[in-house]
Design a protein around this ligand. Structure first.
Ligand code: FER
Length: 249
């Protein structure tokens, strides 16, 4: 395991790279956490572990304002995450051992995967959004965020989630400009969506809808599971591993 930073325009992004045994060339899967998440959450570490087991290099990264990366949580926006991930993709493409590139992300990281796939449709062999929170732009336009009603025009300078996480209103301003359907349309490669049907944070129906909208998507439903796959983590990772194995055999 190698631990280091990838720099995006002066912002240091914390990264951990795990390599499989064997040959000298491997496919690589980039794995990213969600809103308030980090690379040590079990659904992230286990996804990396099964990818390595399947013969992939696994690059876990933390985005602006999360984990041990630079930036304050309060100031993170999806534009910053998009910029961060473009830098990570460029870094990964230039590693000399990398054959094909894959992109996997959970929740807000799953939304990020969907946006980046549309922006770089020729760069990925396949992408894997897990419980993708792709309703964030839509609900931000309607005037809702994290279950709280907001005025979508007179956006507050700052808002607080559960009296805990303070977030700049710029988060909402940015989210309102994103049109995920356009980016779904632009990516024609293979997609695996994994979603628990008892997700308490991102309604399961969004996973179903995204799978319908993509031209080449498979949806794996984890029955009785939550947003972070607390009940059947092994079923989520088995679905990801099976999908990844299809590209190496
Ligand atoms: C929201 C619903 C879900 C939201 C974020 C999420 C910021 C993301 C959750 C996650 O990444 O785990 O309204 O607003």
């Amino acid at each position: 395991m190698k631990e280091f930073y990838i720099t995006d325009d002066g912002i240091r992004l914390h990264a951990k790279l795990e390599m499989p045994d064997g040959k000298d060339k491997y496919p690589l899967v980039i794995i990213v956490h969600g809103f308030t998440g980090n690379m040590e959450e079990p659904h992230i570490t286990e996804t990396a572990r099964i990818a390595v087991e399947a013969g992939y290099a696994a690059l876990r990264v933390e985005m602006y304002g999360h984990g041990q990366s630079d930036g304050r949580f309060r100031d993170h926006t999806l534009y910053k995450w998009i910029s961060n991930m473009l830098a990570v993709v460029e870094y990964a493409r230039n590693l000399d051992f990398v054959t094909d590139l894959f992109l996997c992300g959970h929740s807000q990281g799953g939304l990020l995967v969907m946006l980046i796939a549309g922006m770089c449709p020729n760069k990925f062999r396949a992408v894997i959004p897990l419980s993708p929170a792709w309703m964030i732009p839509e609900i931000a336009r309607k005037g809702e965020i994290l279950g709280t009603a907001i005025d979508p025009v007179n956006i507050p300078d700052e808002f607080v989630q559960n009296g805990e996480n303070v977030l700049s209103g710029n988060y909402i301003r940015v989210a309102q400009t994103l049109h995920v359907e356009d980016e779904i349309e632009r990516y024609k490669g293979p997609v695996l969506i994994v979603h628990g049907d008892e997700d308490e944070a991102v309604p399961y129906e969004y996973g179903v809808k995204a799978a319908e909208l993509y031209s080449n998507a498979k949806l794996v439903t984890i029955k009785g599971d939550t947003h972070c796959f607390d009940n059947h983590l092994d079923e989520m990772t088995a679905a990801v591993q099976e999908f990844l194995l299809d590209f190496v055999n």
